[in-house]
Design a protein around this ligand. Structure first.
Ligand SMILES: NC(=O)c1ccc[n+]([C@@H]2O[C@H](COP(=O)([O-])OP(=O)(O)OC[C@H]3O[C@@H](n4cnc5c(N)ncnc54)[C@H](OP(=O)(O)O)[C@@H]3O)[C@@H](O)[C@H]2O)c1
Length: 246
């Protein structure tokens, strides 16, 4: 895929929601979007982390962000409908959503799956994204160029032993993206998936505690693809794109 560089003001007058915006790739995406002019809605479960991102964006002269504290584990359909109404009344528009928040759960064999863990991972990584997308679609369809980016993983494209709920949730994410992209094909909304590849974050450290982190990409290295797929320039729809192609 040809990842076009976006202009420094590509997101001026755009409102973009980032889930899991307090850490890792989501934090970097939020600050990069703001640096390109976006009003960013920072959604996550740890308010302190969201406030730190808010402060960093304001300190660097970016548009004032909004904060939505929400734990996707406990969120209901009403939370998402209220959220959509609040975004519309306070910001007037929504141009893009980056579904980035995810939980790793517990790695281990299918035979030993802890079903409570499985339910939680599916709720956070799949059900919450469907529920949120459903509530936000009316706003995204009103935008000139609504953009939705889901976050996949290599283990959501080819199954790998012991990746359990996380891998299964990422296959489901790919499915949700494809179904929605097809439904949106005659609209101004474009829907795609990014597989970040190995990236130095808290989640990666949990999954691979012993690896040499100096060999990993930083979240900032991935940003050209994230910015492009969330921008007006992107015309791709229904694609699952590796940020670090082999
Ligand atoms: N890093 C990699 O190598 C890699 C590779 C492939 C795919 N990915 C995917 O990339 C995305 C970002 O991962 P990352 O590596 O940046 O992970 P991360 O550093 O662990 O960040 C994940 C973010 O999601 C938030 N989050 C988790 N559970 C949540 C919940 N129940 N409600 C609300 N927010 C929640 C976290 O909030 P708290 O900070 O408050 O916990 C955190 O801000 C994920 O979808 C992941 O699956 C990452």
């Amino acid at each position: 895929m040809n990842v076009q560089t976006v202009a420094q003001d590509a997101f001026k007058n755009k409102v973009i929601l980032v889930t899991g915006a307090g850490a890792g790739i989501g934090r970097q995406a939020a600050t990069s979007l703001a640096a390109h002019g976006a009003t960013v809605i920072l959604l996550g479960r740890t308010v302190e982390k969201l406030e730190q991102v808010y402060d960093a964006i304001v300190a660097s002269g970016g548009p004032e962000p909004a904060i939505i504290p929400l734990d996707l584990k406990g969120a209901t359909e009403k939370h998402y409908l209220d959220m959509a109404a609040t975004i519309e009344s306070s910001l007037g528009q929504l141009d893009g959503v980056l579904h980035n928040a995810s939980e790793l759960g517990v790695l281990g064999s299918i035979e030993q799956t802890d079903m409570a863990m499985f339910d939680e991972v599916m709720k956070v990584n799949v059900t919450a994204q469907l529920n949120m997308t459903k509530a936000l679609l009316p706003l995204l369809k009103k935008a000139d160029a609504g953009r939705i980016v889901f976050t996949s993983s290599s283990v959501g494209k080819k199954g790998r032993a012991f990746w359990n709920a996380y891998a299964i949730s990422k296959f489901a994410t790919e499915g949700l993206m494809q179904v929605l992209a097809d439904e949106m094909s005659n609209t101004n909304v474009r829907v795609n998936c990014i597989n970040p590849g190995a990236t130095q974050t808290g989640m990666r450290a949990k999954a691979y505690p012993a690896e040499d982190v100096s060999l990993l990409k930083q979240p900032a290295d991935l940003m050209p693809l994230y910015l492009y797929l969330l921008s007006v320039q992107a015309q791709e729809n229904g694609q699952s794109i590796d940020a670090q192609p082999k």
